[in-house]
Design a binder for this molecule. Structure first.
Ligand code: SF4
Length: 381
């Protein structure tokens, strides 16, 4: 499939530079085809793929954003959102530029649609990122803000550097990736939040120029073939993906294919990017979705981007006791043992729990990665 509006210009009139990219092959007609994501961009010399960060340079594919970041921030892990992965801890978040989907409702469009690479900091080698996480007290590093599958080579190297230092890696992704790179990418991840943007092919085609089936395959792969802890987020857009029938189909699919323990987050849309004609999601829509998912049998369902502690708490599916209370990103009630058992009845709560909860709270702290900053900075958590 060749559905990309290629950019055949050189970047700012300068030659393209990048590290060798994986997952491509030469075509008989002289083009090369990227096999990283289901767009399968076919490139002539000097052209970029739709994601903008992978490009043809000579007779090979390169990644043009290796080692460069759009900035770092210490966030609560709950903000990714991950509610069952080391709750209360800080995560070192960063992204690069570009994206392989074209969601009209993008909530991070300034980064994902970035064409100005000057906004990327030049110095972000994998080891420095892992060391920054260690020094700041973050338990994990998150590839977020834009989809990390498009900078696979960089994300994999960062994740390996983190693993060597006992820091976990988290992917925040739409899961739009082909089978072989999917294996390499997720082999290095400890946790993921996968955007399931809607539950019809029409929605993906019309609003994201993508395919639902590829995302569903990633979700089933994660469940059946990996130990990656993952949660799902669906942004509910009024009139586009929020009908009760679609939500019933989505939640029943999750229940049947992934089981009751995969957390599902419904979050509120705010008008942004190319979709400013829709109103924000009414809280009632999120609560209806929450109820539909619970009735489908899912044990861990959450609302997001609204203040509603009752649908943001984790309850024990054995006895109904409150296990984790949340007020925005701040933890309240804690009813779990250090290894994730309900203190009332002993039922295991699905997820990754390691000791008492963290105390990072709701803070969001920008972080510079320069050597001087790293040398001077005292541990933050
Ligand atoms: S990763 Fe980028 S270049 Fe490769 S197929 Fe996807 S959009 Fe095209």
């Amino acid at each position: 499939m060749t559905n990309s509006p290629f950019h055949s210009d050189l970047l700012d009139g300068k030659p393209l530079n990048g590290v060798p990219g994986r997952y491509w092959h030469a075509l008989p007609d002289g083009r090369i085809q990227c096999d990283l994501c289901p767009r399968y961009c076919r490139l002539q010399e000097g052209q970029r793929g739709l994601c903008f960060v992978r490009a043809r340079q000579g007779d090979r594919m390169v990644l043009t954003t290796y080692g460069r970041s759009s900035g770092f921030c210490l966030d609560p892990i709950e903000k990714k959102p991950l509610n069952h992965f080391l709750p209360g801890t800080a995560v070192l978040s960063f992204g690069t530029a570009g994206c392989n989907l074209t969601c009209k409702f993008c909530q991070n469009w300034d980064i994902s649609k970035a064409r100005d690479f000057d906004r990327l900091m030049d110095q972000a080698p994998p080891e420095a990122i892992a060391e920054a996480a260690l020094r700041s007290g973050a338990r994990s590093v998150a590839f977020t803000y834009n989809d990390p599958v498009i900078f696979l080579e960089y994300a994999v190297d960062v994740a390996q550097a983190c693993r060597e230092r006992g820091v976990k890696s988290v992917a925040v992704s739409a899961g739009y990736i082909c089978e072989e790179p999917r294996r390499e990418f997720f082999a290095q991840m400890d946790a993921a939040n996968i955007d399931l943007k809607g539950f019809t092919e029409d929605f993906y085609r019309k609003l994201c120029s993508g395919q639902l089936q590829a995302v569903l395959e990633t979700l089933v792969y994660l469940k059946q073939e990996t130990g990656v802890w993952f949660e799902i987020t669906t942004l509910l857009i009024p009139g586009e993906n929020d009908s009760p029938a679609e939500l019933e189909a989505l939640t029943q699919w999750v229940m049947e294919q992934l089981g009751p323990d995969v957390p599902l987050h419904f979050s509120a849309f705010h008008p942004d990017w190319k979709m400013t004609d829709k109103p924000p999601t009414p809280p009632e829509t999120l609560l209806t979705a929450w109820r539909i998912a619970r009735e489908a049998g899912l044990r861990y369902v959450y609302t997001g981007n609204i203040h509603h502690p009752a649908t943001q708490a984790t309850l024990c599916h054995g006895c109904g006791a409150a296990l984790i209370g949340r007020d925005w990103y701040e933890l309240g009630t804690w009813g779990l043992s250090d290894d994730g058992l309900c203190r009332h009845c002993g039922t295991r709560c699905a997820g990754v729990f390691d000791g008492p909860p963290g105390h990072w709270g709701r803070r969001r702290l920008p972080l510079r990665l320069g050597p001087a900053n790293m040398r001077d900075r005292a541990p933050l958590a």
